[in-house]
Design a protein around this ligand. Structure first.
Ligand SMILES: [Zn+2]
Length: 303
């Protein structure tokens, strides 16, 4: 999925077109969507809530958003969450098409780390594009806390849809973990980059904002080359900025009630229940084996 800076900057652009947002802080908190859960407890070894991030991306997505929407106090949180939903579901297939989909098998091993590397590269691009300064711009964006007033309605929604208790408390904890994790991997002085130079694991190497693991590939597809949606097999030619533009329009229309939210997977953009969700293609047209191989070299080489 797109990463933290991309979601935040995208969401703030959508927010400019929504006249009724009362709390930009609460709206912004929701822009990371269900991604927070993946960092619950970081860096402590607290009991993980890892499965929750995936669950929120692939199960009951429409029901969750509709239940949130019905809680009037949570309108701003709902609107921020819709932004995450739209950007993930429209842009995640682009990243997967270019970086490949690693599913733990030997045949897809060449794609390890590619997804994270692309996400980081796109984050670096948007930060540059928007001229956002600072040594820790990404962790500064996400550093926030949900006010106490939201505890009850938020707990109610997460309990009702997913059966999880104390979501407000856990989300605030998860956010601390996410903020600290991003603060570390931003690595502005290249300390982690130097320390991890001897390590070859591609996923580990791709984590750092300070390391460009994608290199000079056409990150944004400004050449409008063909890429294959890994779950539908359809050919696309959109550039990444065009997909963002499309996402912006879609998010605005959904939040203003002019477009159906549906029940899509955040990962594939397809309706949940569509069997194509389960079978990503192992190789996109725009990512032939040589290119995937050279990407692996880039990721594990001295980049
Ligand atoms: Zn996500």
């Amino acid at each position: 999925m797109p990463d933290a800076a991309m979601h935040w900057i995208f969401g703030r652009k959508v927010m400019e077109e929504i006249p009724w947002i009362r709390s930009p802080e609460v709206f912004s908190f929701a822009l990371t969507g269900g991604d927070d859960w993946a960092l619950y407890g970081f860096p402590l070894l607290r009991k993980s809530r890892n499965g929750r991030a995936e669950e929120m991306h692939t199960r009951k997505t429409g029901l969750f958003l509709r239940t949130l929407e019905a809680e009037t106090e949570l309108r701003d949180y709902w609107a921020g969450f819709v932004c995450h939903y739209v950007l993930d579901s429209l842009c995640h297939p682009y990243i997967s098409a270019h970086a490949g989909v690693y599913d733990g098998t030997e045949e897809t091993r060449m794609y390890r780390g590619g997804h994270t590397a692309w996400e980081r590269a796109l984050d670096r691009w948007i930060l540059r594009e928007e001229g956002i300064p600072g040594r820790h711009p990404v962790s500064d964006m996400v550093r926030s806390r949900l006010p106490e007033a939201f505890r009850e309605p938020l707990d109610r929604v997460y309990r009702k849809v997913y059966g999880w208790e104390n979501a407000w408390r856990d989300l605030n904890r998860a956010r601390q973990g996410l903020t600290f994790f991003l603060w570390c991997v931003e690595d502005p002085h290249h300390i982690l980059r130097t320390l991890t130079e001897p390590m070859t694991h591609p996923t580990l190497r791709a984590l750092l904002y300070s390391r460009d693991a994608v290199g000079d590939r056409d990150l944004l597809n400004l050449s409008h080359g063909a890429w294959i949606h890994p779950w539908t097999g359809e050919e696309h030619r959109e550039s990444f900025p065009e997909l963002m533009e499309m996402s912006l329009r879609t998010a605005r229309e959904m939040i203003l009630g002019r477009e159906e939210i549906g029940n899509r997977s955040y990962l594939t953009g397809l309706e949940i229940g569509d069997r194509r969700n389960e079978h990503p293609m192992r190789q996109g047209k725009s990512l032939p084996e040589e290119a995937a191989g050279s990407q692996e070299v880039r990721i594990s080489g001295n980049v």
